[in-house]
Design a protein around this ligand. Sequence first.
Ligand SMILES: NC(=O)c1ccc[n+]([C@@H]2O[C@H](COP(=O)([O-])OP(=O)(O)OC[C@H]3O[C@@H](n4cnc5c(N)ncnc54)[C@H](O)[C@@H]3O)[C@@H](O)[C@H]2O)c1
Ligand SMILES: C[N+](C)(C)CC=O
Length: 392
Amino acid sequence: MDDVVGCFEYYADLAEGLDAKQKAPISLPMKTFKSYVIKEPIGVVALIVPWNYPLLMATWKVAPALAAGCAAILKPSELASVTCLELGEVCREVDLPAGVLNILPGLGPEAGASLASHPHVDKISFTGSTVTAVKIMTAAAQRVKPVTLELGGKGPIVVFEDVDIDKAVEWTIFGCFYTNGQICSATSRLIVHESIAAEFLDRLVKWSENIKISDPLEEGCKLGPIVSRGQYEKVMNFISNAKSEGAAILYGGNRPKHLKKGFFVEPTIITDVTASMQIWREEVFGPVLCVKTFTTEEEAIELANDTHYGLGGAVVSKDRERCDRVSKLLQNGAVWVNCSQPCFCQAPFGGTKWSGFGRELGEWGLESYLSVKQVTEYVSDEQWGWYQPPKQ
Ligand SMILES: NC(=O)c1ccc[n+]([C@@H]2O[C@H](COP(=O)([O-])OP(=O)(O)OC[C@H]3O[C@@H](n4cnc5c(N)ncnc54)[C@H](O)[C@@H]3O)[C@@H](O)[C@H]2O)c1
Ligand SMILES: C[N+](C)(C)CC=O
């Protein structure tokens, strides 16, 4: 890929760091250089993905990696490997040359860790938890291997006093309970203006009571089971820790009474939360919303940014200028205005702080699999003239 970025004139006697004596003999030889950029595939890339959105997270990585010309090794989650293996089958059917895309199912500490430390893997693109990211980064650092990290979140949704309450309630519910809260960008911390908090929470509970929790194959299902026993127990522990730390369960908190089997958890709303509680600080990855109120815009922003994470965040208000102001101040890689979660493949996706770095999707996704080289060429017919030729 040849990408000419421009030509420039080089005045040797203006070069920085030369003293007057060094400059003197050069006396104005003006030379021309051409500089351009070559983009090349990084090489062999390992793509390690989680169990939630297993196929989507795989394609977010596989498509740009192959488009950039890399050979890829895709490592699915041990909890959700089948769709990634199917992707491999589809690629075989469309005659992708053997070896360009390789699917490596297996356990994280075995298959995943081997990729992270492998000398022939040139880059790791990882989506998953922050805890695993630290291990991957540590392994990759031993070989100075670049990494892109798409990690967890604890997103805020800031609701101001001027909103249409039903609309704001619906986005709050969608932002936290959609796909059971098993979504990295979930806006699971509701920060609501104190003047509407009572009415807002009242309607939030009524809407939550109306959510159909069932086998996902049943029509109208809006909340299915949690992915695994381990994850179910983790979510229940978060709820019980919140109670023992002094928070109040406004709604939910249990297995739904009508479902005796399966890892189902009611949509859960937790109030009386302090900023030091685990439920406010840590990613639950389940249908659990915690709530705090605010009085001023400054306080709302401070609460929103009071987290190690920085993936998704939302602001809800009828005041456009306020939305713009707050959007700029939220420390998140993705900010939603008057909504939560919509995600488009043309826009960059990724986080700040403990939510990772690097961006996927669009041109940003492609760039992350390219290595950039600059080439500078001397294009003048003249002798440069920095050194004097030896006397004959
Ligand atoms: N930012 C995003 O775009 C995004 C998207 C989806 C999920 N997530 C995050 O993913 C997490 C949930 O997914 P998870 O439970 O599968 O995460 P996880 O970190 O447990 O596992 C993710 C992947 O890493 C592998 N792995 C585990 N240990 C490893 C090791 N030592 N070395 C290399 N690979 C290893 C796993 O096998 C799996 O394939 C949540 O924190 C969620 O927020 C983030
Ligand atoms: C990246 N996303 C938002 C589609 C799924 C995250 O868990």
